[in-house]
Every structure is written in C-alpha cells, then in structure tokens.
Design a protein around this ligand. Structure first.
Ligand code: FES
Length: 108
C-alpha cells in the first residue's frame, strides 16, 4: 500500500519567451483551491490525498495541467468548478472526470 492513496501534482511552471506554459493561467489559485478543498473535506494526510506543486511536466501545450497518481490520470482545467469536480469525483470518489481529461497526444 502506498503512503498516499492519491497524489495530485499541479504544474506551476513558467517557461521562457512566448512558449505555452501553465503559469500563464491562474495555476497558483487552482493549486491553493484544491489544497483547501481537500483539507475542508478531511481528505488530506497519510493514507488519503496529497496535493503538490510541480515544475514543468512537459505537456505545456495542454496547460494548465495536473496529474493524479497512482492512476496516472492527466487533467486540464479552467476554473474552480473544474478543480472541485476533480477533488470530489476523483480524489474522493476514485472516478475519472472524463470531460477534463488531457488529450493523450498533447505534449510540449
Ligand atoms: S509548463 Fe506546465 S507542463 Fe510545461
């Protein structure tokens, strides 16, 4: 059994120049909102859920991106409602949120 049941990483990276990067979106707010919701629902801690910041995950063209392990499910999101849905349906309920999945071919 792993230390956390689920682990979500938010890319907060800003790439140089005009390249697409997650930090061009409100990623700090999304990360903070997710962390707050997980805590408010009592999901945080060992055996449950961990929310972490990440550097570039090399899928910048689909940004902003977040990935949930152990499933390895990649998401893109727009607003707090999307984050709420990921928290409640996936991190809490174990159900993939199909409408927010990042297309498999999206890379840098
Ligand atoms: S900047 Fe977010 S995946 Fe590269």
């Amino acid at each position: 059994m792993s230390y956390y049941e689920r682990h979500i990483f938010f890319c907060l990276n800003k790439r140089d120049g005009t390249e697409a990067s997650c930090a061009l979106h409100d990623v700090e707010l999304a990360y903070a909102h997710c962390k707050g919701r997980v805590k408010a629902l009592g999901l945080n801690g060992p055996g449950q859920v961990r929310v972490n910041k990440a550097g570039c995950l090399d899928r910048c063209a689909g940004g902003p991106v977040a990935v949930v392990y152990p499933e390895g499910t990649w998401y893109t999101y727009v607003d707090r409602h999307d984050i709420d849905e990921i928290v409640e349906r996936h991190l809490q309920g174990g159900e993939v949120v199909e409408r927010l999945l990042l297309a498999p071919e999206v890379g840098r």
